[in-house]
Design a protein around this ligand. Structure first.
Ligand SMILES: Nc1nc2c(ncn2[C@@H]2O[C@H](COP(=O)(O)OP(=O)(O)OP(=O)(O)O)[C@@H](O)[C@H]2O)c(=O)[nH]1
Ligand SMILES: [Mg+2]
Length: 553
């Protein structure tokens, strides 16, 4: 009357190890992102599975679990054919787990140490006593558990602990209590992912009129189906009669011979962990998040906070200032130089960053004005937008993790921005050639004017002293010195006037170029300090999702 286990599919040990590795990878990926309280089961599984697989796989640990008085100890003794575990009238009788090992106890000892059955409650059923009668159960480690619905808290805790460790559970119910709610809601239902390592026995079958038995078994079957345990074998047993033990004994022999229960149990545990964590990685990994528009908004806010517009304006001013000082009319250049250079006032360019210690030293290197409250809040909003847009589609708790990542380096941002501005090449360290040509020209015409003036002055002086007058060469009607003086002055003014619009145009271009370079530098800061941490969280999410997929069967 042996009932086959559901599907009887074999679990490949290597495939199981691969799945467990995937759970481990998942845990690595979500570490620090998902609260530990949600990961307890997965951590426990990885730990337990590792140990169980390292221990004897030739043994199958089977637990008899059930309510008090259902007959667990009686079944235990009947299977062992010895009075090992006290059977009592006073309930509950069994307070700690008892174990019986069939066959050589070698590998079983460490397994029982791990399961935590005290040595004085362990028994060995050597086949030598019985000839070959018991050989079918070789490799079985049978546990008689305390009652799971116990009035004794310690019993319940012990049962819960052991149910997490054993390879197969035989649920023992009796005709009076098989329909008790607690058995179904608190225990059987919890095992719906372990159908292929679950067996239900209706013990004390002898207490039912034979005609009643099929009806009760059918009723129990219906309840089990409702628990999600459809397909789980249900056997009727009578502990007080060896003939009533045949079905259970055969089922156990089959289980032991297959050596699959340990693997199936762990496979079921992985299923439960995967199902429990599925919603943590339910959504697709967002592609291309954060979107370009959001990143541009971030860059704009960063540029504002870094004072890029002010620096760019200073570049334009400095260009005009410096060009004027080189190309202006030489007689007023000195006066120009008295006015401060707008870029130097901001202490720009700042000292070059030390590549070995980029984080240090350049704190407040520039005198670019601090961001205003408005710029600061714009930056805060832009960072928030990056986090929101990136995490919007992700399931909890990832949106929070993305937000924390986006803000994780907020405190370092001001210095990083200042360093970026200080280190940016503003394109202002070389003087354009044309400035020098125009400057040379200005000198030339000024020299001509000065020469003309000197020449004229000499003529006046000679005349005043009554000496013979100078005979100035003439160009047309005009004397040459006068021409030199007036022509030089006029040419100087004309050159200055003609150059001014060119300088203004070139200064605007210098501003635009500086703005571009500053924006690039500032965007790099945004990439490193905001986007990289955010993308790191997305990567973790992607890894966790892939790992959990691998862990699913
Ligand atoms: N008639 C009959 N009586 C049984 C059967 N199995 C157990 N009993 C009796 O039921 C009572 C309880 O049996 P136990 O084996 O101590 O029950 P238990 O499930 O171990 O109980 P706890 O240790 O308290 O959890 C005892 O008096 C047994 O003799 C059975 O199949 N038929
Ligand atoms: Mg007992």
């Amino acid at each position: 009357m042996r009932e086959a286990f559901r599907g009887d599919q074999r679990v490949d040990a290597e495939a199981l190890v691969t799945r467990l590795d995937a759970v481990r990878r998942f845990l690595g990926a979500v570490d620090g992102q998902v609260p530990d309280s949600r990961l307890v089961t997965a951590h426990t599984l990885v730990e337990r599975a590792g140990t169980r697989l390292a221990l004897s796989r030739d043994h199958t640990v089977v637990a008899l679990a059930g309510a008090t008085g259902s007959g667990k100890s009686s079944l235990f003794n009947a299977l062992a054919r010895l009075e090992l575990s006290p059977v009592g009238v006073r309930r509950p009788t069994t307070g700690v787990a008892h174990a019986c090992v069939w066959g050589q106890p070698d590998g079983a000892t460490r397994l029982l140490d791990w399961v935590g059955v005290l040595p004085r409650h362990r028994f060995v059923r050597e086949s030598a006593l019985d000839g070959d009668d018991e050989s079918g159960l070789h490799g079985l480690i049978l546990l008689d558990l305390p009652d799971f619905d116990s009035v004794q808290r310690s019993h319940r805790l012990e049962v819960d602990r052991l149910l997490g460790l054993v390879d197969l559970v035989v649920w023992v119910v009796d005709p009076q209590k098989y329909a008790d709610r607690v058995i179904h809601t608190s225990y059987l239902r919890e095992f719906h992912r372990h159908k292929d390592v679950t067996l239900v026995v209706l013990n004390q079958a002898d207490r039912l009129p034979p005609a009643e038995l099929p009806r009760v078994v059918a009723d129990l079957r219906r309840l089990l189906d409702a628990d999600g345990l459809d397909g789980v074998p249900v056997l009727a047993t009578t502990a007080v009669d060896p003939a009533g033990m045949v079905g259970l004994r055969e089922a156990l022999e089959h289980t032991v011979a297959e050596r699959q229960a340990a693997l199936r149990r762990l496979a079921g545990d992985v299923d439960a962990v995967v199902a429990g964590l599925d919603e943590v990685v339910a959504a697709e990994v967002p592609k291309g998040a954060p979107d370009d528009a959001t990143v541009r908004e971030l860059d704009r806010a960063l540029a504002g906070a870094a004072g890029v517009p002010a620096v760019a304006e200073a570049v334009e001013g400095a260009y005009r200032h410096r060009a004027g000082a080189t190309t202006g009319w030489p007689l007023v250049r000195g006066w120009r130089k008295l006015r401060p250079d707008p870029l130097r006032r901001l202490h720009l360019p700042g000292p070059a960053a030390d590549p070995d210690r980029p984080e240090e030293s350049l704190v407040a290197a520039t005198s670019v004005p601090d961001p205003t409250a408005a710029q600061r809040s714009a930056l805060g909003l832009a960072i928030r937008a990056v986090a929101d847009r990136t995490g919007a589609e992700l399931p909890a708790p990832w949106p929070g993790a993305v937000t924390s990542a986006a803000r994780s380096r907020l405190a370092d941002l001001p210095d990083a921005l200042d360093r970026a501005v200080a280190g940016a090449d503003l394109g202002m360290d070389r003087r354009p050639v044309w400035w020098r040509i125009v400057g040379g020209l200005q000198w030339l015409v000024t020299l001509a004017a000065v020469a003309g003036l000197g020449w004229l002055a000499l003529g006046y002086a000679l005349r005043a002293l009554g000496l013979p007058a100078l005979d100035y060469p003439r160009v047309g009607e005009a004397p040459l010195p006068t021409l030199l003086l007036l022509g030089g002055l006029l040419a100087g003014l004309l050159v200055a006037a003609a150059t001014r619009p060119v300088i203004r145009w070139a200064a605007r271009r210098a501003r635009q170029r500086a703005e571009r370079r500053l924006s690039t530098a500032v965007a790099e800061v945004g990439a490193g300090y905001v986007l990289t941490p955010v993308r790191a969280v997305l990567d973790r999410y992607g890894q966790a999702r892939a790992a959990l997929r691998d862990a699913a069967r």
